[in-house]
Design a protein around this ligand. Sequence first.
Ligand SMILES: Cc1cc2nc3c(=O)[nH]c(=O)nc-3n(C[C@H](O)[C@H](O)[C@H](O)COP(=O)(O)O)c2cc1C
Length: 311
Amino acid sequence: MKILAVTAGRKNGNGEILVKEALMRAEELGAEVKMINLHDYNITPCSGCESCTVKFTQKGEAPECVYKNKDDMDIIMQEWLSADGVIVTVPAYSFMPAGIYRVFCDRHLAYEPNFHKQVGNPAFFKHRVGAIIGNGGSTRSWMSLALESTNITLLAQDIKVVDQVMVTRAPRPGQVLLNDEVLNRSRQLGENVVKAIQTPFEEVKFLGDENLGWCPVCHSNVLSLGEPHWNEQGFTIECPICHCGGDIERDENGKWKFIVEKDGYRKSMLDGSGAKDHFFEIQDTMKKYFRNIDTIGEKRKKYTEYKPATI
Ligand SMILES: Cc1cc2nc3c(=O)[nH]c(=O)nc-3n(C[C@H](O)[C@H](O)[C@H](O)COP(=O)(O)O)c2cc1C
């Protein structure tokens, strides 16, 4: 039972302390644990070349990132993909997960398990569970997209998120040590990841706080007005994180609830159907580019030739 913790905060900072509590508990329960801090690795930002998506969707082949073996990303991904459980610990920077974590996640595209599945490469596909510790200096309203944005990065990697906690109001390094409750909660999170690994994957359930947010499926606290999808109308209200759809309703106590409709899981990020649908969306959209490549080349000249002043 292998658990990998990925931390994106300061060395010996609050996130590391919290995740170490989780790992200590997981180790007590028999897990083999590893922890990396993204600051210790050289991860080149994605260049946006899209050679991976072109290879996946236009050629039906399994790609390798053009930066493979040129930085540390592949070494990290080998651990990430082979772990049974992943715990991500990210501080909130400007309401969102710290940028270094986003740089790491942008490079996930070439490793997308569900995309590899579509091109008949099962090597990347393994049932995994995960958990998130989000931490920040303020109350949750000042970390409003931190947990949610991290959640979606795990769902996109086909990781079933079984627990999430948000540790608030601890700005200075080590300040979480004044709060035994959050340290104990992190231990519980480590235990929950072990429990989930030991449960048959189909029966794995969310073990965290059910009241964390609006969505009864992924427990995120953001909702979107439904937008048309590439191949259908979509839903009245959507969860932008796990992509289930439905509507909001008031219950008998006057409390607003998000109710997932009967067929509201058809774009779900939790069972691969959303990722599969997105694969075919990219395939369809990019075909238009390749059909019109000469026209685009001609029209593009105006913009490549225009050189505004820069700094
Ligand atoms: C650039 C920067 C932006 C930050 N933005 C936020 C924020 O939007 N909301 C918040 O609650 N805390 C914010 N913080 C505070 C950090 O989340 C806080 O210091 C946290 O404890 C860092 O975690 P670490 O000790 O694991 O590195 C910010 C800190 C920095 C350096």
